[in-house]
Design a protein around this ligand. Structure first.
Ligand SMILES: [Zn+2]
Ligand SMILES: [Zn+2]
Length: 485
């Protein structure tokens, strides 16, 4: 889409529209097909498209015909000294690029969505945007982002436009809270493999989902069952290409095989594997909008003595006559286990998660990834922000917001240290009189003693604030799951 703040900048979806300014700078957040539209038309006349090394490797290795055909984006490769259209940028450090004669700094920040996915911070010193692309915003990730060095000026209050993933709006209940994916995966494992109800050893498990982003569930299943993951050629080429630059892809490759007979967990497409479509396959479906009671009902186990009627075949598969739900007889022969298991998992953020994410940025405007306003995240939601804000500037959000609007209008390019000084001064001067020492700070004609007290208070506040913000508790470069080379 086009970015209003930077004419000529296009992030994802590179289809050409007649009314848009000429493309000058292109950024790609991740490798899912709905974000790649238009890439097939780009040529060496187009500006380069920048993305992470893992995304580049995966896109260049996507093939037609579900992985069996020729390369889909072969023309984006460098050929015989030609121009490389799809180019990788290192994650986490600012890169100086040009957008219609403006010099802009572009920083890639890893997101939780699929291997290689990043958001983009674009900043020319006066104007800044953060384009999240598709993103899950679990609390641990938002809290880690609040310590990210590149975002520091904006978490401290410099103005920024946020383009955020608004997939939640497509659901019937857009206010719904999502459990973290690790909770859904733990419940899935408990459903499959509790102490007294185990599936027979000849049963296979197939993930029913589209495209990448479910690696956490696949890895957990493979480790629990001590089995390989069968990948079809489409996924195998994807993960293999990114294994050098993305730890998550490397982990999947280490646990996978292309031989369907040597795996019990399947991440392969329908029609590409006899075990995925066989009679002894349990389907695993991620769901985010399903209520807990619906999930419990669908995953219900039945005592064989209570089975109300149905058909039974010689391969231990039962089908309930009325509901047509499939069951499998447990190893001990006492329990009927569901043939299709649903579990909570989402690659996109919930509304409460986005409120938490937005609260990191005291002076921001929010738009959807299509550039539309998002009513649920408008400025009137300030009261809500206080509820979800977990890691924040020491003064309340509303106060910071008010102060920043003054700051922005008087000195939009202000230095961070100047701003911290200003904040510290304002907060110390507005502190209610609680002790003789603080009273002296508030005296209109300060004595020598009160001046030194005031500077002490300022210094202390400044030091505390800096300690808080520079105390980086999250090592982005070496994050075990989402780190990148
Ligand atoms: Zn996506
Ligand atoms: Zn398979």
């Amino acid at each position: 889409m086009q970015i209003d703040e930077f004419p000529g900048l296009q992030v994802d979806d590179f289809r050409i529209r007649e009314t848009q300014p000429q493309l000058s700078l292109c950024l790609l957040t991740h490798m899912h097909s709905d974000h790649l539209s238009g890439l097939e038309r780009l040529s060496y006349h187009s500006p380069p498209v920048y993305c992470s090394a893992a995304t580049r490797a995966m896109v260049l290795n996507l093939r037609h015909n579900n992985g069996d055909g020729p390369l889909k984006y072969h023309h984006l490769r460098k050929e015989g000294g030609g121009i490389e259209i799809l180019q990788a940028l290192d994650v986490g450090i600012p890169h100086q690029l040009t957008c219609q004669s403006r010099t802009v700094q572009v920083t890639l920040i890893p997101t939780v969505h699929c291997p290689g996915a990043t958001m983009f911070l674009v900043d020319d010193g006066n104007t800044a945007i953060l384009f999240t692309g598709d993103i899950r915003c679990e609390a641990w990730h938002v809290n880690a982002l609040s310590h990210h060095p590149a975002l520091l000026p904006f978490t401290l209050g410099q103005a920024i436009s946020l383009y955020v993933d608004n997939t939640f709006e497509q659901h019937d209940n857009p206010d719904q809270h999502y459990d973290e994916n690790s909770v859904g995966v733990a419940e899935l494992l408990a459903t499959i493999d509790s102490d007294n109800t185990k599936y027979p050893d000849n049963i296979h498990f197939a993930l029913v989902a589209s495209s990448t982003g479910y690696e956490e569930a696949l890895i957990a299943l493979a480790l629990r069952f001590q089995t390989k993951i069968h990948l079809d050629s489409y996924y195998y080429h994807c993960y293999m290409a990114a294994a050098d630059t993305c730890p998550l892809a490397r982990q999947i490759i280490g646990l996978s095989t292309i031989n369907p007979a040597s795996a019990r967990v399947h991440w392969c497409r329908k029609g590409h594997c006899e075990n995925r479509d066989g009679p002894l396959t349990i389907y695993l479906s991620p769901r985010v909008t399903m209520s807990q009671s619906d999930i419990d009902e669908r995953n219900r186990k039945l005592d064989i003595r209570d089975f109300p009627g149905g058909t039974y075949n010689e391969q231990t598969l039962f089908v309930h006559t009325e509901s047509a739900i499939r069951y499998v007889l447990s190893q001990d022969g006492h329990t009927l286990l569901p043939g299709h298991i649903y579990f909570k998992f989402s690659r996109h953020a919930s509304l409460p998660e986005l409120v938490h994410f937005k609260a990191m940025f005291p002076a921001c405007t929010v738009k959807s990834l299509a550039g539309e306003p998002i009513p649920q995240l408008d400025p009137d939601a300030v009261v809500q922000l206080k509820i979800y804000r977990k890691k924040a500037w020491s003064t309340p959000v509303t106060a910071v917001k008010r102060k920043m609007s003054v700051h922005s209008s008087t000195e939009s390019n202000g230095d961070i240290l100047d701003f911290l000084h200003q904040q510290a001064q304002e907060s110390s001067l507005s502190t209610p009189p609680a002790s003789p020492r603080k009273d002296s700070v508030r005296t209109a004609e300060p004595s020598i003693e009160s001046t030194s007290n005031e500077s002490k208070v300022l210094e202390e506040t400044l030091r505390n604030n800096l300690d808080e913000w520079f105390n980086l508790k999250f090592d982005w470069k070496n994050s075990p799951i989402y780190g990148y080379k």
